[in-house]
Design a protein around this ligand. Structure first.
Ligand SMILES: [Zn+2]
Length: 390
């Protein structure tokens, strides 16, 4: 069967990129009509795998990132809904229930339907007050028309084989004037000059820009109330209101097609350059190891450093990761510790292998190990790139 664009239905979907290490054999395509970036084939219902961390496309199931978005979503609910009144909310992809828990505490009359396919984490929602949990995929759940005042969907839409179909169904299950609070990864991140991880991971089938996500949401029966913050390159956070009619025809967007091509080709070149520079980062850290080296961050950047940079993780006296330590015992043969281990280990140098939370981690590292020199990933990579260019 010929694949067609999930947004505009066009069948011109040239392949533009092959992700590193895809266990599903996915390739990345740009719709020649609307510019939506999508991975094909849309392998629905793939086997779930054990928790894993990898810098390649087979990156696994450690979904702790969603928890950081709770405050953003709850603030949006407070901006648009009177939280003292009775309302019904659908939470799509409830994960460990952090948002549901926070909402139930903030809104004493709210009722929640929580949908989460992963039975290993869904249990966390099972005992929350005024919450009805369904362990299933959103596509498989038949919900009443006009049941909800609000739908919250955080970092879920990009996983779906047919996101537009689900958005249209969200519009159907909302009351007239009901709100959709939607959060998704932003493809703009691949334009970062320090990217080393494979962005096009197997779990994500649609890779939205602000423009393609806004257009899809509008076409599926919504008007935009809050558009994504242009300064946020990691997340596309949207608030939209159900409106009466759906769009009949999706217009051509040649500018978006060009932007998608440009972004993906510069990403491929930048990532290759940075992967080559990682050997230099490994060299700098190895030279510092005799002073007592701690690495903070055992996620995808650390994985790239070992796999592509050739860093011997045994050189680190300590590998710290506040979140992964709770999910995985070790990475590349190194036991993972929580941050508190730093105060006892007293490292001379702490290398922070994180992008999104580097400043927060730096402050915490200074508090726990005030005498240590602190190095940030972006600076280490920057120096290695300069050496590579010289
Ligand atoms: Zn299209």
């Amino acid at each position: 069967m010929t694949a067609i664009c999930e947004h505009c239905g066009d069948d011109a979907l040239p392949s533009v990129y092959t992700p590193e290490g895809s266990s599903r054999g996915l390739t990345v395509h740009v719709c020649g009509r609307c510019g939506l970036v999508q991975s094909l084939p849309r392998t629905d219902r793939a086997q779930r795998r054990a928790a894993a961390v990898s810098s390649a496309a087979d990156w696994g199931n450690v979904r702790y990132g969603k928890g950081f978005r709770t405050a953003t979503a709850l603030d949006a609910v407070r901006r648009h809904v009177d939280t003292t009144r009775t309302f019904a909310l659908l939470d799509v992809g409830s994960n460990r229930g952090r948002f549901v828990q926070a909402l139930i505490e903030a809104a004493p009359q709210a009722h929640v339907v929580a949908i989460e396919p992963d039975e290993r984490v869904a249990d966390s929602c099972a005992d929350i007050d005024r919450t009805e949990l369904t362990v299933a995929r959103i596509e498989d759940v038949a919900l009443e028309t006009g049941r909800f005042d609000l739908i919250h969907s955080c970092h879920t839409i990009e996983h779906l084989a047919h996101p537009a179909r689900t958005l249209r169904d969200h519009a159907r299950t909302l009351k007239d004037g009901g709100l959709l609070v939607l959060d998704a990864p932003n493809i703009a991140l691949i334009g970062s000059d320090d990217i080393v991880e494979e962005w096009f991971i197997d779990k994500h089938l649609t890779h939205f820009s602000a423009r393609t996500l806004l257009r899809m949401v509008e076409a599926c029966g919504f008007e935009i109330v809050e558009a994504p913050d242009p300064a946020d390159r990691e997340n596309l956070f949207i608030v939209a209101r159900k409106r009466a009619a759906m769009a009949a025809q999706i217009a051509v967007d040649a500018g978006e097609v060009d932007r998608a091509y440009e972004l993906i080709s510069s990403y491929a070149a930048m990532r290759a350059h940075n992967l080559a520079a990682l050997a230099g980062v490994a060299g700098e850290l190895t030279a510092l190891a005799p002073r007592g080296l701690a690495v903070w961050g055992a996620g995808r950047i650390f994985d790239s450093l070992v796999v592509h940079g050739g860093f011997d993780p045994k050189r680190a006296k300590l590998v710290v990761d506040a979140h992964l330590a709770g999910h995985l015992g070790e990475r590349h043969g190194c036991a993972l510790s929580g941050p508190e281990a730093l105060s006892e280990a007293r490292p001379g140098v702490i290398a922070i292998m994180s992008r999104g939370f580097a400043r927060e981690i730096e402050a915490e590292a200074r508090r726990l190990a005030p005498d240590a020199e602190i190095l940030l990933y972006a600076d280490l990579l920057g120096r290695a790139r300069l050496r590579l260019a010289a």
